[in-house]
Write a protein that binds this ligand. Structure first.
Ligand code: BES
Ligand code: MN
Ligand code: MN
Length: 454
C-alpha cells in the first residue's frame, strides 16, 4: 500500500483516536485538572511510542509535564523539531456549548470540542502523518524530535528553563509547528510572524474598607470610577495607545511586505461575519490586516470590583481590578514596554488611590524571512495535500516557544496552520473542519517525506 492509500484507509481510526485525545480535559489553568494534565501527557507519550518513536520521555517541570521524543535513525538526513501543546483553554461558559466541550461531536463536517483546533487536532495531524510514514516505509525518512508541552495556554512558564538546559538535545535544522490558522477555507497558509504578549493586572485601593455609599459617597475616592477613567485614557480618538514611547521601536513595514500582505485573499466579509459586531474600529492609517498582524495593541481583558450580585447594593468598594495586555510587534522590547506602561499608569492615577501593578507574563514578537528552501518544500507539500498554492501570512496571536527557539538557534521556523479563523479557539463551540484535519495528515506526511535528500 502506498502512503496516500494508507492514510485514506485509516480515516475512521484516526478520527476515533483523536476523539479519545479530546476527551481528556487537560486544562492547564485549573489546578483541579492536574490529573487530566498528567493523563494528557501520558496519552501523548503512549501514542508517540506507537508511532514508532523509540525514545519517549515525560519530563516533569515546576508546573505541567512536557513530552519529548526522538527518532534519529536517518543518518545524513535533516533533523526536524516538531512542537505543539496538549493543554487546552478552560471550556467556560459551559452553557454556550451546543455539545459538551469534552465530548467530541461531528456536525456538518466539523469536529466540535475543546482542543480540536487549538491544538490537539493539529498535534494529532503530525502524530498520524509520522505513524503512517513509519508503517508504510518501515522507518521515518528524516530525523525527528518532538516536544509537546502542557503549559502553552498559561504562557509556557517552565519551557524556557527546559530549553536553556537542553540546547544540544533540542538542536535541529528547523522547527515545525502547527498551532496557527489558515487565511481562509481552501487557502493553505504558512505563518512567518506572530505578535508577542505582555499581560498585566492592576489593583486599585481607595478606602481601607467597603463603605455605605450614602453615608460616605461624595467625600471619598471611588476606585471603580478612578479605574474606568484610567482605562479610558489608554487610547486616543484614533485608537492609538497613549503610553509615551509605545510605538518608538515599532519596525516600519517595507513597501513590498505591505503590498504582499494587503494582496492576500483575505475577505473582509468573512472577518465581519466571524466577529459579528455592529461596527468596526482600529488604529487610523492602517488596513485591517495590518492592524491585526503588524501593529501593537493594548486590550482590556477583564475588570471587576464592587457589587455584581442580584438586586442593588449601595456600596463604595475598597478595591477595583483590571486585567489587560499588550500585543507586541518587531522590534518592541517586552521589558521596556512593561516599564513604559507601568510608568504611564502611575502618572495618570490620582493620589487618592494606591495601585498594585503586576506583570503576569512577557513575550517577544517574532517575524522572520522565509527564503530558506524548507519553506518552498512546505509550500509544495501543502499543494500536494490541498491542491492549492500556500500563501505566506503573519498572525496576531502568540506562541512563546517559537520566539524562544528562533532567538536561541536562529533556525527556520515553519508554522503550518490547519485551523480556521472562525473555529472559535478559546471560545464555546470550538471546532475543526474535518477536511483540513484529513488533508493536513496527507500534506504533513508529504512534507516529512520530501525533506529527505535521497
Ligand atoms: N495557538 C494559539 C496562538 C495562535 C492562534 C497563533 C492563532 C496564531 C493564530 C496559542 O495556543 C495561544 O492561544 N496563545 C496565547 C498566548 C499564551 C502566552 C497564553 C495567545 O495568543 O493569547
Ligand atoms: Mn495553541
Ligand atoms: Mn490557545
Amino acid at each position: 500500500m502506498n502512503l496516500v492509500e494508507w492514510i485514506d484507509n485509516s480515516r475512521d481510526q484516526h478520527l476515533a483516536e483523536l476523539c479519545e485525545f479530546l476527551r481528556i480535559p487537560s486544562i492547564s489553568a485549573q489546578s483541579e485538572h492536574k490529573p487530566d494534565i498528567e493523563r494528557g501527557a501520558r496519552w501523548v507519550a503512549d501514542h508517540l511510542l506507537s508511532a514508532g518513536f523509540n525514545t519517549v520521555e515525560i519530563v516533569p517541570t515546576n508546573l505541567h509535564p512536557l513530552v519529548y521524543a526522538e527518532s534519529l535513525e536517518a543518518p545524513g538526513q535533516p533533523t526536524l523539531l516538531f512542537y505543539g501543546h496538549y493543554d487546552v483553554q478552560p471550556p467556560e461558559p459551559l452553557e454556550l456549548w451546543t455539545s459538551p466541550a469534552f465530548e467530541p461531536t461531528v456536525r456538518n463536517g466539523n469536529l466540535f470540542g475543546r482542543g480540536t483546533a487549538d491544538d490537539k487536532g493539529q498535534v494529532h495531524i503530525h502524530l498520524k502523518a509520522l505513524e503512517s510514514l513509519k508503517k508504510v516505509n518501515g522507518k521515518l525518512p528524516i530525523n525527528v524530535k518532538v516536544l509537546i508541552e502542557g503549559e502553552e495556554e498559561v504562557g509556557s512558564v517552565s519551557l524556557w528553563d527546559y530549553v536553556k538546559k537542553n540546547k544540544a538535545k533540542l538542536k535541529a535544522d528547523a522547527l515545525v509547528v502547527s498551532d496557527t490558522s489558515m487565511l481562509a477555507r481552501g487557502v493553505p497558509s504558512i505563518t512567518y510572524g506572530l505578535r508577542g504578549l505582555n499581560y498585566y493586572q492592576i489593583e486599585l485601593t481607595g478606602p481601607e474598607r467597603d463603605l455605605h455609599s450614602g453615608v460616605y459617597g461624595g467625600a471619598v475616592p471611588n476606585p471603580l470610577t478612578i479605574l474606568t477613567e484610567l482605562l479610558a485614557k489608554l487610547h486616543d480618538k484614533n485608537f492609538r495607545v497613549t503610553v509615551p514611547g509605545f510605538y518608538d521601536q515599532v519596525a516600519k513595514l517595507s513597501k513590498a511586505e505591505r503590498k504582499a500582505l494587503n494582496a492576500l485573499p483575505w475577505k473582509r466579509k468573512d472577518f465581519e461575519k466571524t466577529v459579528g459586531a455592529p461596527g468596526y474600529c482600529g488604529e487610523k492609517g492602517f488596513t485591517t490586516v495590518e492592524r491585526l498582524w503588524t501593529r501593537p495593541t493594548l486590550e482590556l481583558n477583564g475588570m471587576w470590583g464592587g457589587y455584581q450580585g442580584e438586586g442593588a447594593k449601595t456600596v463604595i468598594p475598597s478595591k477595583a481590578f483590571a486585567k489587560f495586555s499588550t500585543r507586541l510587534v518587531p522590534n518592541q522590547d517586552p521589558k521596556k514596554i512593561a516599564q513604559l506602561v507601568e510608568k504611564h499608569i502611575r502618572k495618570l492615577l490620582p493620589k487618592t488611590v494606591h495601585c498594585k501593578f503586576d506583570v503576569l507574563s512577557r513575550g517577544k514578537p517574532w517575524a522572520a524571512p522565509y527564503h530558506n528552501p524548507i519553506f518552498q518544500k512546505a509550500q509544495a507539500a501543502l499543494e500536494k495535500g490541498f491542491g492549492k498554492r500556500a500563501v505566506f501570512i503573519r498572525e496576531g496571536g502568540s506562541i512563546p516557544f517559537v520566539t524562544q527557539m528562533y532567538d536561541t538557534f536562529k533556525v527556520p521556523c515553519v508554522l503550518i496552520g490547519f485551523g480556521l479563523p472562525d473555529e472559535n479557539a478559546h471560545a464555546p463551540d470550538e471546532h475543526m473542519a474535518l477536511e483540513n484535519y484529513f488533508l493536513g495528515i496527507k500534506a504533513i506526511a508529504h512534507f516529512y517525506a520530501d525533506l529527505a535528500t535521497r
